[in-house]
Design a binder for this molecule. Structure first.
Ligand code: DAH
Length: 357
């Protein structure tokens, strides 16, 4: 019995893991283990022998069981220690700089434009990017034969033969939002409508998708003077130059009468463009008094209401303000470009907090 005890206690002490320990348990105190076999021999003993051997065997069994339990606990502790050592983390290390996304200049400038016009009482309206040719052209006084219709390089949606739904186009400008807004809300109104527009054109200053912002103000006694004041306020705030000069050139758009193209003051010094100084001019938008046909298309009575409208390229004013040379790069998704020209995500432009700082 002493041999058995020595054998198993030393094996238990040497067991490397819980599986080895289980093998030892089965061999020693399992149903067919060595101690059980010895117990069976009790039956063949004399009553006297049995009286000493019985309790001794039970004591041996208890001793082996508690050695097994103690070893098992020790193995679990060791495993836990090992795991804690492996998963150890130095919380005093400085944080690693993580690559962060930036706000695209188009989004930033759209926010800036919105903040400035909101301050002048304009709200933001939206319209679909796929629209009928009626909203995109006819309602804006551009009939089927009008040359502007060809000049717009329009993308038409495919129509299967025999499909007689009205033709749909990718809107070529944000002007159709004027009609949709008037139809829904009538007059008076004061809105801007920023968004994507599409034309089949591609070079350094043209991309097939680009961004415009439309403006529309309708009331009973609106004039070109109101248009001029609003635009000058806008340019002064946007380019952060007080008293920036504008130039209104007579022009023609089917949806306005009279119409004007608007230039802002600029200078070219050593090949560097500066906005709001000097005696050069840069064209930035089209505008005018809303044509009576257009008011009528939107269900607004031109005998009672009048208004001004304008349309401006968001990408273009973004390029001017932030010195971005090539329009095509706006839509290339080049990470180096995005990191260079992008804006920090928490710098939301407001008039009081600063538009672009
Ligand atoms: N829709 C014109 C364009 O895309 C821009 C424009 C000109 C809009 C004059 C207007 C406007 O509202 O009055 O070229």
């Amino acid at each position: 019995m002493d041999d058995l005890k020595q054998k198993y206690l030393s094996r238990i002490a040497d067991a490397a893991d819980e599986a080895a320990l289980e093998d030892i348990r089965l061999a020693a105190v399992g149903k067919k283990g060595e101690v059980a076999l010895k117990m069976r021999e009790l039956g063949k003993m004399s009553p006297e022998e049995r009286q000493t051997a019985g309790p001794a065997l039970n004591a041996l069994k208890d001793e082996i069981n508690s050695a097994l339990a103690a070893k098992k606990e020790a193995l679990m502790d060791a495993a836990l220690d090992e795991r804690l050592r492996g998963e150890w983390l130095d919380v005093t290390l400085p944080g690693r700089a993580r690559p962060m996304g930036t706000i695209h200049p188009i989004s930033q400038v759209t926010e800036e434009v919105t903040a400035i016009f909101a301050d002048m009482g304009f709200s933001v309206a939206e319209g679909p990017q796929i629209d009928t040719d009626w909203y995109n052209f006819d309602a804006l006084n551009i009939p089927g034969h009008h040359p502007a219709r060809a000049e717009m390089d329009t993308f038409y949606m495919h129509r299967a033969e025999g499909d007689d739904r009205p033709p749909h186009v990718l809107r070529t400008h944000t002007s159709p939002v004027q009609i949709r807004h008037m139809e829904k809300h009538g007059a008076p109104c004061r809105i801007i409508a920023p968004g994507r527009v599409y034309r089949a054109d591609y070079d350094q200053t043209h991309t097939p998708m680009f961004n415009q912002v439309e403006g529309l103000a309708i009331d009973r006694d609106i004039s070109m003077a109101n248009l001029k004041w609003v635009l000058e306020e806008f340019f002064a705030a946007f380019f952060e130059v007080d008293g920036i000069k504008t130039r209104f050139r007579a022009s023609h758009f089917p949806f306005t009468e009279p119409s004007a193209e608007v230039d802002i003051q600029c200078s070219w010094v050593d090949g560097q463009l500066k906005i709001g100084e000097g005696d050069g001019w840069l064209e930035v938008l089209g505008s005018g008094m809303v044509h009576p046909h257009v008011l009528r298309s939107g269900g607004v009575d031109p005998e009672q209401w009048q208004g001004f409208a304008f349309g401006m390229g968001i990408d273009r004013i973004a390029m001017l303000k932030y010195g971005i040379p090539d329009l095509r790069a706006f839509f290339d998704s080049d990470l180096r470009w995005l990191r260079h020209y992008g804006f920090a995500s928490l710098d939301v432009p407001t008039l009081h907090g600063g538009l672009s700082r």
